[in-house]
Design a protein around this ligand. Structure first.
Ligand code: S3P
Length: 184
């Protein structure tokens, strides 16, 4: 199956997966890369490997603004230097500096994964300690309120992606198939 997909699919452009924390960027991106037989890069993982620190420690050492600078440098490196890959961004990546512009200029294959607020809240609540932007929120109600406002601010960036994908109850594999269909 993946041989057939790979034979029929050729691109010089990266495939970029973006969206809010917890939307499934890494899981879907990894599956997609496997199916298309392309390398997979997760921007958070790339940063962690590059600097030898976890994301919370990078925030702690550099502050959020410092982290955004490191994130921008890493994104530019990946867009320019890497061979064609499936690339999953961090949830904030498209919303800082000229990152979204750089992404759009680099490739027409940009996919915005957008689950419902409730789905995001349920996924993020137990995992919030690993995410410095939401680790201070102690109740689900506070988290829901925070992410509603945060997504409202960020969606103007996310919606610049060529392909919005509004998620209902599709599995990661189904989402990867939808993306492959949209690649043509
Ligand atoms: C962030 C999202 C995280 C990570 C960092 C900041 C954000 O990535 O880059 O914690 O500002 O939304 P994930 O979306 O992969 O969790």
């Amino acid at each position: 199956m993946s041989d057939r997909i790979n034979k029929d699919f050729a691109t010089n452009h990266h495939i970029i997966i973006l969206g809010y924390m917890g939307c499934g960027k890494s899981t879907v991106g990894r599956l997609l890369a496997e199916q298309l037989q392309l390398p997979f890069v997760d921007l958070d993982e790339y940063l962690t490997n590059k600097y030898g620190d976890s994301i919370p420690i990078l925030f702690l050492k550099n502050g959020e603004i410092g982290f955004r600078k490191l994130e921008k440098i890493a994104l530019d490196e990946l867009l320019v230097n890497q061979k064609t890959s499936v690339l999953s961004l961090g949830g904030g990546t498209p919303c800082y500096a000229d990152n979204m512009q750089s992404v759009i200029q680099a490739t027409p294959h940009t996919f915005y994964l957008s689950p419902s607020l409730n789905m995001l809240c349920n996924r993020l609540f137990p995992a919030r300690s690993k995410r410095p932007m939401i680790s201070h929120l102690s109740t689900k109600k506070d988290l829901l309120e925070f992410i509603s406002k945060h997504i409202f601010e960020r969606k103007q960036f996310y919606e610049q992606a060529n392909h919005p994908i509004y998620i209902h109850d599709e599995s990661p594999a189904e989402l990867a198939s939808q993306i492959i269909q949209k690649l043509g």
